[in-house]
Design a binder for this molecule. Structure first.
Ligand SMILES: NC(=O)c1ccc[n+]([C@@H]2O[C@H](COP(=O)([O-])OP(=O)(O)OC[C@H]3O[C@@H](n4cnc5c(N)ncnc54)[C@H](OP(=O)(O)O)[C@@H]3O)[C@@H](O)[C@H]2O)c1
Length: 249
């Protein structure tokens, strides 16, 4: 029996990295999947390669109206939602003395406002007993230079999740999150840093991981499946670190 047979899953940031790997796995496990992203060309490219029952919807999570439209189009197509995976995020690097208002606003609008407003829009359409999953990060437990505002966004999101877990308890909706360590995805090429700096930074991260390597999106997807499936039926409100042990030492 497939783990998400006939379940409807909405995933943000699904055209790349962790979101895309998870969308593929959910489809393999029988889900109907709504893949959302902010770039139409990336969504089209992904749609050409995927197999299964899915649609793509272009929506920028930092725009309130887009979140509303995303949920409307998703539910118009598939009806009620069983799994909401709020994964879209950005991680531009800026040391504190260079932080601008725009840097702050872009990060908080994308990484905090987006998932919170998408949750608000989706809640009336989520089946009782459904699952909400967020992508946090271990940056709330370890400090990495230049990632101050990014880390703050993930900390804010974690705090929000504790409240949400309680607010939806009467509907038996489970709220969990994954906290990846360094995972090989395109996010590093979007940080606004030269390639050689990204490479050095990557080596530095890998050295700190007890398993001495980056993780893969596929490794994260397996946990993103576990937490929303019945295998995790008594797991609620947690943040699961998937980081090769980095946050634990
Ligand atoms: N990779 C890591 O080491 C790592 C570690 C810890 C946590 N994370 C978290 O994991 C999540 C996924 O990141 P990833 O590593 O898989 O990177 P990724 O490959 O860059 O994926 C991020 C996804 O989010 C989308 N996105 C960004 N801003 C958006 C917006 N305003 N509206 C809609 N979609 C938007 C991106 O779209 P575009 O393709 O258009 O940019 C992309 O599809 C993020 O929340 C990130 O913070 C990653």
């Amino acid at each position: 029996m497939k783990k998400l047979q006939n379940k409807v899953a909405v995933i943000t940031g699904a055209n790349s990295g962790i979101g895309l790997a998870t969308a593929k796995l959910y489809l393999q496990e029988g889900a109907k999947v709504v893949l959302s992203g902010r770039r139409q060309e990336a969504l089209d490219e992904v749609a050409e390669k995927l197999e299964g029952d899915f649609i793509t919807i272009k929506a920028d999570v930092s725009i309130a109206e887009d979140n509303k439209r995303l949920i409307k189009e998703a539910t118009d197509t598939f009806g009620k939602i069983d799994v909401l995976f709020l994964n879209a995020g950005i991680a531009p690097v800026t040391p504190t003395h260079e932080i601008t208002e725009e840097h702050y606003d872009t990060l908080f609008n994308t990484n905090v406002k987006g998932p919170i407003l998408a949750t608000k829009e989706a809640l009336p359409h989520i089946n009782d007993g459904g699952s909400i999953l967020f992508t946090n990060s271990i940056v709330t437990q370890k400090g990495f230079d230049g990632l101050g505002v990014y880390s703050a966004t993930k900390g804010a999101l974690r705090a929000y999740q504790r409240v949400l877990t309680s607010e939806v308890k009467s509907r038996k909706i489970r709220v969990n999150s994954i906290a990846p360590g360094p995972i090989e995805t395109p996010i590093y090429s979007k940080m606004g840093l030269p390639e050689d700096v990204v490479e050095e930074m990557g080596k530095g991260f890998a050295q700190q991981v007890p398993l001495a390597r980056f993780g893969t999106s596929e490794e994260i997807a397996k946990s993103a499946l576990f937490l929303v499936s019945d295998d995790a039926s008594y797991i609620n409100g947690v943040e699961l670190e998937i980081d090769g042990g980095l946050s634990q030492i």
